[in-house]
Design a protein around this ligand. Sequence first.
Ligand SMILES: NC(=O)c1ccc[n+]([C@@H]2O[C@H](COP(=O)([O-])OP(=O)(O)OC[C@H]3O[C@@H](n4cnc5c(N)ncnc54)[C@H](O)[C@@H]3O)[C@@H](O)[C@H]2O)c1
Length: 431
Amino acid sequence: MKDISIIGAGYVGLVTGACLAKLGNKVIVVDKESDKIEKLKKGMVPIYEPGLEEMIAENRRLGRLSFSTSIQEATKATEVIFICVGTPAKPSGEPELSAVEAVSEEIAKAMDGYRLVVEKSTVPARTGEWVKRTIMLNNKEGADFDVASNPEFLREGSAINDFMQPDRIVIGVDSERARNILVELYAPLQAPIIITDINSAELIKHASNSFLALKISYINAVANICELVGADVVKVARGMGLDKRIGKDFLEAGVGYGGSCFPKDLAAFIKMAEDAGYNFELLHVVQQINSSQRALLIRKIKELIWNLKGKRIGILGLSFKPNTDDMREAPSIEIIQKLKEEGAKVAAYDPEAMERAKEILPDIEYCKDAYEVAEKSEVLVLLTEWDEFKNLDMRKIKDLLLKPNLVDGRNLYEPTEMKELGFNYRGIGRK
Ligand SMILES: NC(=O)c1ccc[n+]([C@@H]2O[C@H](COP(=O)([O-])OP(=O)(O)OC[C@H]3O[C@@H](n4cnc5c(N)ncnc54)[C@H](O)[C@@H]3O)[C@@H](O)[C@H]2O)c1
């Protein structure tokens, strides 16, 4: 059992905190937003992540998980401190690391004995050196400390499972003591542990996310070729993905990747490489392909209904992927803004993300379900492949639509079935 602080109560911090508590540790989760902490203290969880609310409740009941706004108190009470604050992209692509710096400084000022400070936020290589320097400068009592990198690979929507059953755990350390603490902490997960230096651990995260984004753009490029030659990208991807060297994950053609990680991590990796003297052209192309998929979807809508002005367009799914309420960099934002610019009337429904979406897209109609979206729409556009949309009564949907137009931005439906039902169906990369 270890005493642990988690700084940053977002998607990563809350999941990490709850899971480490579940493993038997005593965890304090800290955030600077007092509203968020007040809610958490009342048992309310500010994000949607399957299973998280129950896990937080259970561990609070057992006295293993608590919440605070004070980094100082948390640092004094614990030995291992995970930094899980946001690292959003600046316009240049470089990540904003001021929160990492501010937190490191506060931790340093409160240290009264050995502490292990672990970067879990996604940061560029060499950030560990800055964290170390910042702590050294502010560590007035001269307390002993180590810095480690332990990047997080969880996926929103299956975050608890990903944390508890990871493919691997990456630990970047430069001391035996730090290594032993982290290896012991993660031992109950029985996952392969990769131990590296700090720079390599930081780089593993950016290189992994960029590679996954590359896979998505690759299959999207293949989808475009499929359309040109009359092939079906779903079949092509299956044929490729069963090859173990390729793997089937992230080979789904669609409107492209979004979310709080891929776009920003790719931009950060490109910028970091550039600063280090390498022009990562390959990743520039990955970005270009991703943004052209949004434009492709708009083109498909126009192929069906020509002008958009004054027409009602129904959108199914707003979050950047299913099983999350996260709207950060969701493809829906760019697509809906474009439709609005061209004068369309947009009606949308998402099972979990509508509250967050209203802050970003205030001037669209929010509906109670998919059927209300379909009613009197000229075209129905699927942007997020929630399970709920797989099981819709498509006959009813077709009858509710003003015209039976269906643009499937995630290849959720079978083209032949949809055509048999009478839809004018357009998928991505399918005949
Ligand atoms: N979301 C993911 O799926 C995911 C997966 C792997 C890695 N990551 C990385 O983990 C990090 C956190 O991501 P997230 O999605 O949890 O972000 P988030 O925005 O959901 O949460 C970050 C939290 O940090 C808090 N915070 C910011 N500055 C603070 C400060 N000075 N003191 C205390 N709290 C502060 C914010 O209030 C917020 O609650 C990022 O670097 C991200 O790239 C995210």
